[in-house]
Unconditional design. Sequence first.
Length: 237
Amino acid sequence: MSGAVAREQAMSQLTNSLANVNSTGFKKERISFESLLKGSKQTTDAKGINYSRIRKIGIDFSQGPLRETGRSLDVAISGDGFFKVRRGNETLYTRNGNFFADENGMLKTAQGFNVLNETNQPIQIPDIEGKKLHIDESGSIALNTTPSGEKIQVFSITDNEKLTKAGDTMFRLERGAVSRPFNESPLIQKNLEGSNVNMVEEMVTMIDTQRKYDANLKVLKSYSTLSEKQNQLGTVG
């Protein structure tokens, strides 16, 4: 039963990854399993039975493929790091560089969150309407070759394991890690980073997980049948 439950939970994660195979900046999750009881407890408390569970669900932050869009406010990070955005009073991180400018020139995500600069202030590009916008590899923004004074900053995280999902492409930084401006990963304008989900790999893993889930259920059913037969024999006796 413990094995079946663990595989059912794994199947849920795989399904979510496949559902986001085309989501910009999406990062898949990796699942690892462990024994619930170890060492001497295997033979005493568990009487030799190896109970299993999911040990960890970690986020795979490997680079996704870049695709050209031709859109001036689409920006992809080539390498490590994240964009920093603000949702209400909360600071979040993302690899999704599909940005927009509102009527006041405030740079925002597709969800309407403010994009932050190096000093954690919202980026504003005044008089953007009708002008050619250029973003260089450092993130500096120019309008018709005139520098705007604003810059899209990439931030590094001291410990990526402290990042937890706050939506399919947003991440929340837990205590124990900090973010710092990072200038070693160039920005590629008119490009977006795709999901790092490999559909073929995930489908193979899903099939294997389903087979193991079915095998656990068959064993469970077999023991249930044996128990019923034992009860019948006990009644006859």
